[in-house]
Ligand binder design. Structure first.
Ligand SMILES: [Zn+2]
Length: 395
């Protein structure tokens, strides 16, 4: 068996016959189960090659720490972004929708939708893999926002989707054509409110017939507290590597511990929906887009195909690549940022930057950095590291 059952409350279940996969499958196919809700987190995207944000060794936070952030979370802090958007854009480039293929678990959510059972899929992920798997957009609530839209952090005016994509793919910092403020995807940063439609939707959980929680540690609030809203009569199923929160304490809680994709397959076999699942997943095969640079696109395709959850080499490659990109971006960004900062001190409310509004920061390879800032003996790599450090000091 590719999964194990977790520790359950000793009381007899009331809705499920037993706390096992066959009973769950039977319940899903019954008349009683009409409104299925999902709560999903980073754990369902790790097999797509996207590292878990919070995992200390391979997590994105750990990787970003090496990009000379004061602390990894700073990449999602609006104050830091305002001073230095480079680390976030570096991350955005890594995560940009289309570079990773949805997993079987994502396709399972679409399958539940096709069976007419999906009410809402709450996701903490910003990778938009639910959309790419074909889950209907109106059924998805991205609790922490997504890359789907973006706006200026100063005047709040929306910024064009296609132009944003161009910038992120080309590793350029997007600036507002109206006020030259930096443009940020509508991803919820620390200290920012959750999207209003998230808050407004919470009452619907009172009608839940089944809550499936996949790949989340249930530690980030208020997202985690969604699991408390459904009535006692709603079975809560946890599909995760380990037990989380209080799932298992209600008589109809079911803990399925192991790899999300494998458990989803087991469940679909039991439901007689295994072929449907495979068909929907096959649909996602062509959804991975290549990068703007052909060689890099090839690498990325390879990376997406690899099951890199445990593949440290792959994470290291990605990190090395991200570091190289950061170094290159810092060189380019330095001039523009330096100019903006000086001007901002003179007049903080009006941008008087001589850079024309909407003009992008062109990326330059690290090797072309100015001789005045690069000691002639230093290798390009050392030089760019030094520049990062200098930049950090300035901040
Ligand atoms: Zn603006």
């Amino acid at each position: 068996m590719s999964f194990r059952y977790g520790k359950h409350d000793s009381r007899k279940p009331k809705v499920l016959k037993r706390r096992d996969i066959p009973s769950l499958a039977k319940y899903i196919k019954s008349e009683r189960c009409k409104n299925v809700f999902f709560m999903i987190g980073a754990g369902i995207s790790t097999s797509a090659g996207i590292p878990d944000f919070r995992s200390p060794k391979t997590g994105l936070y750990a990787n970003l720490a090496r990009l000379n952030l004061p602390h990894p979370e700073a990449v999602f802090e609006i104050g830091f972004f305002r001073r230095n958007p480079v680390p976030f854009y570096t991350l955005a480039h890594e995560l940009y929708p289309g570079k990773f293929r949805p997993t079987l678990s994502h396709s399972f959510i679409r399958l539940i939708a096709e069976k007419g059972l999906l009410h809402t899929c709450y996701t903490q992920n910003i990778d938009t893999l639910e959309r790419r798997a074909g889950v209907p957009e109106d059924k998805i609530i991205e609790a922490h926002g997504s890359f789907a839209t973006q706006r200026c952090i100063d005047c709040r005016k929306p910024f064009d989707d296609a132009l944003m994509k161009e910038h992120i793919m080309a590793k350029k910092i997007a600036k507002c054509p109206h006020c030259s403020g930096y443009v940020k995807p509508d991803i919820v940063f620390f200290g920012e409110g959750l999207p209003p439609h998230f808050i407004n939707s919470l009452n619907s959980l009172l009608d839940a017939d089944l809550l499936i929680i996949m790949g989340t540690s249930l530690t980030v609030h208020p997202f985690a507290s969604l699991a408390e809203i459904p009535p006692q009569s709603c079975p809560r199923v946890l599909i995760n590597m380990e037990p989380v929160g209080d799932i298992g304490d209600n008589p109809d809680d079911l803990l399925l511990l192991g790899q999300c994709d494998q458990i989803v397959e087991e469940l679909c076999k039991e439901l007689g929906w295994h072929d449907d699942l495979q068909r929907l997943w096959a649909d996602t095969e062509g959804s991975v887009i290549s990068d703007t640079q052909p060689e890099e696109g090839k690498e990325k395709e390879g990376a997406a195909k690899k099951d890199s959850a445990e593949d440290k080499g792959n994470v290291d490659d990605a990190l090395a690549e991200a570091e190289a990109r950061l170094a290159a971006l810092v060189v380019a960004e330095k001039e523009v940022l330096g100019e903006k900062d000086t001007k901002a001190e003179e007049n903080p409310t009006t941008s008087t930057s001589t850079v024309a509004p909407g003009v992008v920061v062109e990326e330059k390879p690290a090797t072309t950095s100015s001789p005045s800032t690069t000691p002639s003996q230093a290798t390009p790599e050392e030089a760019s590291k030094k520049e990062v450090a200098e930049k950090e000091q300035k901040l």
